[in-house]
Every structure is written in C-alpha cells, then in structure tokens.
Design a protein around this ligand. Structure first.
Ligand code: ADP
Ligand code: MG
Length: 434
C-alpha cells in the first residue's frame, strides 16, 4: 500500500506543479489582462481606480480606522506623526461570525457600528474625527468616500449590500447608533491600505499584497495609462486595486474545479481559490478524500475527520506542516504516522503551488510597472498566510528567483502588519491635511 500512496502523491505533485514556464506564460497573460482592465475592456482583472495616491510621509493627525477583513474586523485609533511614523493609540479585534456575515444589511452594519461604540468607550475616546473604512471586497468607487459593492467574496452573503454604496450603508448605521459625529471620509481596499502604509514610511514601496483569507493587490498606476478613467485628478498617479483574485488564465486541476463548483461564487475568483487561506485547506481536504476513497489511508477516522466541506482549515494544515499539531480524531482508532505524513505532503503540494502563483502575480505587476527591473521594488505583504504558513514565503522567494535570476534582489518582500487598517487612517488624515 505504501507504494500505491507514493504513486498517488507523485501524481498529485505533478498536476499541482507550477513551473518556471507556467510562470512566464502567466506573466504574459497577466499583462494582457491588466491592459484590458485599464482600458475598460473585458478582463478577469477589474483594475479598480481607488481615488487615492501614495502619501508623502508628512501627513499628520488623529484618526480612526475600521478594517473589515474576511475573518476579523478591527477598529483602530492612530496618530500620524508626520515623519513616516504612526503611533497606534488603540486597537480592538472583533471576530466576524458566520451568523453576522450571512444576515441582512442592517444587522451587519449595526454590528460594525456597535463594535466602534464599544471601542470608543473602552478607550475613552469620543473625538468626532475622520474615519477611514477599509472594506476588503471588490467595490467600484466613484470617489474616495463612496463605492458600490460588486459582489461578495470569501464566503460573505449579507443581503442588501451588493449593488449599494457601502459608505452610505455604514453612515446610516452610525446614525442609528448615535455616532453621527464620526465622518466617513475614505473608503479603502485592504491592498490599497497596505501599499499606503508601507509607502508612508518608505517611498520605494510600490505594491501592496494581501495573502490572508483572500488574495489581492494594489499598485500606483500612471494616470495616462488608466484609459478608462476620464474624470478630474490632481496627481500623475492613482492607486489601482487590481482584484487579482479574479485572474482566470491559470490551468486548474479537477480539485480546483470541484471546489469552484461547490463554492458560493462558482466561476469567480479563480486565482483566489487556488492561492488564499480560505481555500487551501479545502483543496487539501478534497485530495485527502480522494486518497481515502482509493483506499490509501488505513484509518476510517480519516474519513470521518475530513468528510465535512471546509472542515480542514488552512490554519490547521499549517499547524500540521510545522508539527505543531496532530489530528485529534474521535474514537479509539489512531491515525498512523505514515498517513499523517501523506496528509502533510498533500498540504505541502497545495501550499507550494499557491506560493508560486502568488509570487508570479507579484512578478507580473512589477514588470508591468518596470519591464526591465531598472529600480528597486519593496512589496508590502499583509496576511496570516504569508506571515504564518511555514515555507510559504520561502516558496515565493524561490519562484521570484527562478523568474528573475540575478535581478531577484531588486524585489523585496516586506511583511506589513496592520497595513489594511493603518492605511485607511493615513488616507483619511491626508484628506483633511491637503
Ligand atoms: P483577513 O484576511 O481576514 O484579514 P488574516 O490575514 O489573518 O485575515 O488571514 C486569515 C486566513 O489565514 C484564514 O484563512 C486562516 O485559515 C489563515 N491562517 C490563520 N492562521 C494561520 C496560520 N497559522 N498558518 C496559515 N494560515 C493561517
Ligand atoms: Mg487582512
């Protein structure tokens, strides 16, 4: 049996391989999709104008930020010191339970407003200040302080939000909860926030990337290249939210196809479903299930443990990879060392491909901005997948080296904490500062 599972694992490794050739082909396709998106032509990359540019580093003030991620929501109060430095006055995390993210619009936004109230009380703050709202979903903005949700991603299904202005909905909730003194001045995507936070401190930063529940990125684009934007703008650059999770020109396996078919948003977010934290555990689970059905695993406990969709989280997979956890199967039957080894191997295969695709997406955007890598590029990366998944970052570095060889050092990945929240605060402050 050992041999048979080895052959199965090798087949899995083969179909999940993402080679240098695949990467170079993906870069060409990615450039085409970026160009088309910027022109307003059909593209799997939405290339959304953010109505903001990079900060100068001298912006000052006290501001509040609300950071709505995929798994958590955070409220932050920060002080910008004006020399590229940010002081956090307070921060509180609230978890977004399933029963909140699947309710109706009023329940959802009341929840957010309540969290802000709790935060202000706890920190004894009642300043009527500017608020930046980081909303990490695809939004079509018409100004810095308004934007319409295109479609929910990452498992959210709150009714009455798609097609509506999320700032308007949150403002109404603020009114209902007596928080009308807070001024919602900036609607920011988490990728934009991450880029802005790092570039506030370091002007060499020109890409913000999220590798968390979902995946996406934002970069500063020359205004003359944003062909679809005809409105007024007071700078030569505007940050573009790529929405790269939607990129769909990558070959998929039968496991990716199954995951997609059974998801809340079939056909959408194809790259995200191959790369991000919400999905890696599930891809691994589908492979484990297949291996079990083929009779490769000894213990029936494995079937029970992995039978429910999304029961294997990416966090769990990561803990297994770093030997920080074992599978706590119910019942008396224990899972053999060999079986656990095979499960870990599946996790390695799935996460390695994810990291290589993510690195290739970074390489695509960098070469769109700077074809021959003439300058240095600091890439701000936020998200638990990048930060905590053992080997993820290393696999990304290896892929970048395969792509760029000797020039690889021109690209530096830099973990950026809380960028998604602090960036919104920086943008909010810069609006009152200008
Ligand atoms: P968000 O995307 O909501 O801002 P995070 O950046 O924390 O939040 O990403 C959450 C995702 O990261 C989840 O999908 C979770 O499974 C995954 N995750 C959490 N902890 C770990 C870990 N230790 N290793 C790998 N992935 C993790
Ligand atoms: Mg986040």
């Amino acid at each position: 049996m050992t041999q048979a599972i080895d052959i199965f694992l090798q087949e899995i490794a083969d179909i999940f391989a993402f080679t240098r050739k695949d990467a170079l082909e993906m870069i060409v396709a990615f450039h085409e999709e970026m160009e088309n998106g910027l022109k307003g032509k059909r593209s799997s990359l939405k290339m959304l104008p953010s109505f903001t540019r990079r900060p100068k580093g001298n912006e000052k003030g006290n501001v509040l930020a609300i950071d709505l991620g995929g798994t958590n929501m955070r409220v932050l109060a920060v002080r910008l010191l004006g020399n590229g430095k940010v002081e956090t006055i307070g921060v509180k995390r609230f978890s977004l339970e399933k029963d909140i993210v699947s309710k109706t619009e009023d329940v959802f936004f009341d929840f957010i407003a309540d969290c802000v109230s709790v935060f202000l009380k706890e920190h004894d703050l009642d300043f009527s200040c500017e608020v930046g709202f980081t909303f990490s979903f695809p939004v079509v903005q018409t100004s810095i302080s308004s934007g319409i949700l295109v479609s929910w991603t990452k498992g959210f299904t709150v009714e009455g939000v798609e097609g509506h202005d999320v700032v308007g909905l949150l403002s109404k909730a603020f009114k209902r909860k007596g928080l009308e003194s807070l001024k919602l001045v900036a609607l920011v995507n988490d990728t934009v926030g991450t880029l802005v936070t790092k570039s506030y401190a370091n002007p060499l930063c020109d890409l913000g990337v999220i590798l968390g529940t979902g995946t996406n990125a934002a970069y500063p684009e020359r205004i003359d290249r944003i062909k679809k934007y005809k409105g007024p703008w007071d700078s030569d650059e505007m940050i573009i939210n790529i929405e790269w999770g939607g990129f769909d020109r990558i070959k998929r396996t039968i496991y990716d196809e199954k995951l997609d078919r059974d998801s809340e948003n079939p056909g959408n977010q194809r790259m995200e479903k191959m790369v991000s934290g919400r999905y890696l555990g599930e891809i691994a689970r589908l492979i484990i299930k297949e291996a079990f059905n083929k009779g490769f695993f000894g213990a029936k406990a494995i079937k029970d443990y992995f039978s429910k969709p999304y029961s294997l989280t990416t966090e769990k997979l990561s803990l297994l990879a770093s030997d920080g956890d074992t599978i706590n199967a119910s019942g008396t039957e224990s899972i053999s060392y060999e079986d656990i080894w095979a499960i870990k191997e599946i996790g390695r295969t799935v996460s390695k491909r994810a990291a290589r695709i993510a690195a290739t997406a970074i390489a695509s955007v960098v070469t769109h901005m700077d074809r021959n890598l003439a300058s240095e590029h600091i890439i701000a990366v936020d998200g638990s997948l990048f930060e905590k998944y053992r080997g993820f970052r290393e696999h990304m570095e290896i892929m970048l080296e395969e792509i760029f060889q000797d020039s690889k050092d021109k690209i530096q990945l830099s973990l950026t904490h809380d960028g998604s929240g602090i960036g919104a605060a920086i943008i909010a402050a810069s609006l009152s500062f200008r």
